[in-house]
Design a protein around this ligand. Structure first.
Ligand code: F3S
Length: 389
């Protein structure tokens, strides 16, 4: 692999053992995937932040590192809202361990924004190279923004944050960003909102597997694209998709798709995911809510009070920038939490059945929380939370 003189000095250990080991990791990764060089990145998003997922071994490894990030870097959601963990039912033992994980990342220079939606906090642009970890963030960066990132494991994203580069292979290369399967929606569905796009993604991820899909027949907005991509990354291994006439790669360079396998999807195939099993909690914000989603939830909750726990998850930056909808949501008894989510927080394990408006949460809640998951529209979620039925 082509390395510059600075890289050689790092590999020789001239900038300390942590930077040496981190670059060794990136070079080894690059060799496995046939990268010819490293590419400079604009930012990193590092997974492996919840103590629930990394445990004691991960914490000890992080605490052993000694270096500083050289590009902006944020964390994936952790297991609790930092300032409100007691209120969410998190025990002091878990909180102490989670705080130790946070402190270890902070010492390395990672910004303590714990979110899967870093694109709401920092400008990320078409053709930027990134090293992001969380699958929905990776999908959004590649597909909706037109940036370039592979789905990095936590250690590889951390290494990239500390070195400022990542191996240039996979989705960093234009030739690997072309579609491999066409998904057609010839029949208009009922009104397609965020939940319907999440359900479509849940279904389409299974159809696409690890191929790059090219959608025809849909016109999603940005929040709907977020829901579609997050779900496809959960039920498939889709880190990039295109929507004809909508997503930036497809608009910038129309792809020749004749000759590709074409799969036709009827609305009934994903609408069947909507059912009405009883639930004992409602959780939305997977991926973390946008300002527009917070506004919509606050309007739906106006003058109403929740009868079962209703969790809304968003990044601290989005919460701070939108105090009025957040206050309105909390006036109803619902809670808006930063830093964490319904999948990575152990607090959600107390529920038997959780209603969500996300195809990704529908896929992950059963295994990660041990609860039955039900998907519904945001209107359904508010109705269920406020009626208790
Ligand atoms: Fe984000 Fe948690 Fe969903 S990390 S995409 S809110 S599972």
């Amino acid at each position: 692999m082509l390395l510059d003189r600075e890289d050689e000095r790092i590999l020789a250990g001239e900038q300390g053992e942590t930077r040496q080991k981190m670059l060794e990791l990136l070079v080894a990764l690059g060799k496995v995937f046939g990268a010819e060089r490293l590419v400079a990145i604009k930012s990193a998003q590092v997974s492996g932040a919840s103590y629930k997922t990394i445990g004691e071994y991960g914490l000890q490894w992080l605490a052993s590192l000694d270096a500083k990030t050289v590009v902006p870097a944020v964390l994936n959601p952790i297991g609790m809202p930092r300032g409100r963990w007691e209120e969410m039912g998190i025990g002091p033992g878990f909180a102490a361990k989670q705080n130790a994980v946070i402190a270890a990342y902070e010492r390395l220079g990672i910004a303590l924004e714990c979110t899967c939606t870093p694109y709401y906090l920092r400008q990320t642009s078409f053709s930027d190279h990134l090293a992001w970890s969380e699958s929905s963030a990776v999908s959004y960066a590649n597909s909706v923004i037109g940036a370039r990132t592979n789905r990095e494991g936590g250690p590889a994203a951390l290494a990239a944050a500390l070195i400022g580069k990542t191996p240039c292979y996979g989705l960093h290369l234009p030739e690997n960003r072309t579609p491999a399967v066409v998904i057609d929606l010839p029949t208009p569905s009922r009104k397609m909102g965020i939940a319907e796009y999440g359900a479509l993604g849940y279904h389409a991820g299974k159809l696409a597997g690890n191929r790059i899909p090219y959608f025809r027949g849909i016109r999603p907005d940005r929040d709907q694209l977020k829901a579609l991509g997050a779900a496809m990354a959960a039920t498939g291994a889709v880190a990039l998709y295109h929507v004809e006439g909508v997503t930036p790669d497809a608009v910038a360079t129309p792809f020749p798709v004749t000759g590709l396998e074409t799969i036709s999807v009827e609305p009934a195939e994903f609408e069947r995911l909507f059912d009405d099993i009883p639930v004992d909690a409602v959780a939305v914000g997977c991926p973390h809510c946008s300002p527009e989603e917070l506004g919509q939830i606050s309007r739906l909750l106006a003058g109403r009070h929740v009868k079962i726990p209703f969790y809304v998850f968003a990044s601290q930056g989005v919460i701070d920038a939108n105090p009025r909808p957040v206050e309105a949501i909390e006036r109803s008894g619902a809670r808006v939490y930063a830093d964490t989510c319904m999948v990575v927080s152990p607090a959600m394990e107390q529920y038997k059945a959780i209603m969500v408006n996300s195809g990704k949460a529908l896929a992950y809640v059963p295994d990660m929380c041990g609860a039955v998951a039900r998907i519904g529209t945001i209107e359904n979620c508010v109705d269920v939370a406020t009626s208790g039925l």
